[in-house]
Design a binder for this molecule. Structure first.
Ligand SMILES: [Zn+2]
Length: 192
């Protein structure tokens, strides 16, 4: 099956909302299976259809401890509880990581590859991956969930992730609180 090109930021499709799938036809199934191959080839834990340029609600997941990939159509997080800080990356933001806020657990539902409605409670990596991928379908990227006053950092993909890599911060243009200039700016100027 063909591998699909993975879109990277700032591609506008990554910021768009994907549409619900009315019927899971051959075309939708084929896309889902191509997404599984693409995710596995890229070494990802999950992939959303937006990332391959298709604005339909499909996510695929490959848990490290599971043999089979998971395919979900019209996935929904129906309940989420608690908050934890986790490190996250994304195939559409290569070479970057950030510390984000995610739920402790979620309740999930979606249609699987057999079009069967599945509902379950998820924790740990599965919960995190589902939140990340469902976010993609709503045009949300993980830097939107960065822990306050933190930024994305670069990682060297050819080497083991070390503590020193974390110091290479990437300016996202959002975190300006620590700038002296900002502190001295008159209130009227800040409102712009
Ligand atoms: Zn992603």
């Amino acid at each position: 099956m063909p591998l699909l090109p993975i879109l990277e930021i700032p591609h506008p499709t990554l910021r768009m909302r994907a549409k619900k799938i009315r019927s899971i036809d051959k075309k939708a199934l084929r896309l889902a299976y191509d997404m599984v191959d693409t995710m596995r080839d890229a070494g990802g834990v999950g992939l959303a259809a937006n990332q391959v340029g298709e604005l339909v609600r499909i996510i695929v997941l490959q848990m490290p401890d599971e043999e089979e990939a998971r395919i979900y159509f019209n996935p929904e997080v129906t309940k989420s509880e608690g908050m934890r800080e986790v490190e996250e990356g994304c195939l559409s933001l290569p070479g970057l990581r950030g510390i984000v806020e995610r739920s402790i657990w979620i309740k999930f539902q979606g249609l699987d590859h057999c079009q069967k409605l599945v509902k379950f409670k998820a924790e740990d990596l599965l919960s995190q991956a589902i939140e990340h991928e469902v976010d993609h379908l709503n045009g949300i990227l993980y830097p939107d969930h960065l822990v306050a006053h933190t930024r994305l950092y670069k990682i060297d993909e050819t080497q083991e992730h070390t503590e020193s890599d974390r110091n290479l911060q990437v300016d996202q243009g959002q975190n300006i609180d620590d700038s002296d200039d900002t502190r001295n700016t008159p209130a009227s100027a800040k409102i712009k």
